[in-house]
Ligand binder design. Structure first.
Ligand code: NAD
Length: 334
């Protein structure tokens, strides 16, 4: 049994706690959150102990691995603390909002062997990963275009917006990573980004975007289009199209059930798609965790590494530069 320390017991922390508790080989041992009410609520899932400091959770002899699901600006301090204590780390995306802090962290931990996995859960979605396999196996011939539609059902509140770090670094970062995943060893080299505030008052107050579009280009010339919205009245809209010389694969939206209605007023009418990420990516979050448990056992390289987190942030930063300067930006990973 591997004992876990969970840092951060908010929206996604609670979901991770349930996954840790349900896994036959892991146990939720300690929970730390600056908000002890949240910590208590999550600890109740599995009789975990609520501790007063992150050190109590991470450095305990009883802790075998750490799962970081706290607010983004706190990730790096907990990654460092865990890795230096020799514990395998799973950390939610993004690693941080400041690339200098990410680079410094990488340097500081370069001789430390603790595996660090970053929470780009979409790589573990069965349909998205089949689309990636279709590209790798050349089922669609030579890859020419990737089109990603990623729209949330509704915008988050102001509290979240104020700490999340902006649409491109917090949300589109998933799509930048998914593009990198499908492209494999063909790096993204250019980005052009547009952002607008069309409908959400809180987003306006936070000086953020609720609508965005991107065109990116890979080194071999593959073109990638990403479109994001913070509001889709029909649910969490997640579609990936991978197009090549011999055809196309689509990872489409998934409805809660597969019933189709045929009536006098419509045909092929389906129930709604999943509401949001916890429902839509349930299988991916579980498989992501299963993969991390294998890393704890084998000490192998995680399927999503610290470098993947760093590169996705570099692309997000280049996207902001493109938006601000109204130009296509070359991406430099050095
Ligand atoms: N992979 C995904 O699909 C996904 C989905 C949602 C959120 N996230 C990421 O997970 C992280 C948390 O997001 P959320 O939606 O759960 O937010 P949230 O606001 O619901 O939860 C964050 C929690 O962190 C706690 N916290 C803040 N500072 C802390 C500190 N210094 N020490 C310990 N706890 C602290 C807060 O009290 C809160 O309980 C963010 O980095 C976010 O980007 C990832």
């Amino acid at each position: 049994m591997f004992n876990f320390a969970l840092i951060g017991a908010g929206r996604i922390g609670k979901m991770h706690a349930e996954i840790i508790h349900a896994h036959p080989e892991t146990n939720l041992k300690f929970v730390y959150d600056v908000n002890s009410e949240f910590a208590n609520e999550v600890a109740n899932i599995s009789n975990a102990k609520v501790v007063k400091t992150p050190e109590d959770a991470i450095n305990s002899q009883e802790t075998n691995a750490v799962l970081i699901a706290s607010a983004t600006p706190t990730h790096i301090q907990f990654i460092k603390m865990s890795a230096k204590a020799g514990k395998p780390v799973f950390c939610e995306k993004p690693i941080d909002l400041d690339i200098n802090k990410v680079n410094e962290c990488k340097k500081e931990l370069k001789d430390i062997k603790s595996p660090i996995q970053i929470g780009f859960n979409r790589r573990f979605d069965l349909s998205h990963s089949k689309a990636q396999q279709a590209r790798l196996n050349k089922e669609i011939g030579d890859l020419e275009m990737i089109i990603i539609t990623s729209r949330d059902p509704s915008a988050p509140g102001l509290d979240y917006l104020n700490v999340a770090g902006g649409f491109f670094r917090d949300t589109t970062i998933h799509d930048f990573d998914l593009s990198r995943f499908i492209l494999g060893d063909d790096p993204i080299v250019q980005v052009s980004a547009f952002g607008e505030n069309l409908f959400d008052e809180n987003v306006k107050i936070a000086k953020d975007f609720d609508t965005a579009m991107f065109i990116l280009k890979s080194k071999s010339g593959v073109l990638i289009h990403i479109n994001n919205s913070r509001r889709a009245v029909y649910g969490y809209d997640q579609r990936v199209e991978v197009f090549g010389s011999k055809g196309m694969v689509i990872s489409n939206n998934q409805t809660i059930n597969s019933l189709e209605r045929y009536t006098t007023s419509s045909t092929s009418s389906k129930d709604l798609i999943h509401f949001f990420f916890i429902e839509r990516y349930q299988q991916a979050y579980r498989d992501q965790f299963n993969s991390f448990v294998e890393i704890i056992k084998t000490n192998k390289k995680p399927k999503v590494t610290f470098d993947d987190g760093q590169k996705a942030l570099i692309i997000a930063n280049a996207a902001y530069e493109s938006y601000q300067n109204k130009k296509i930006v070359d991406i430099n990973y050095d």
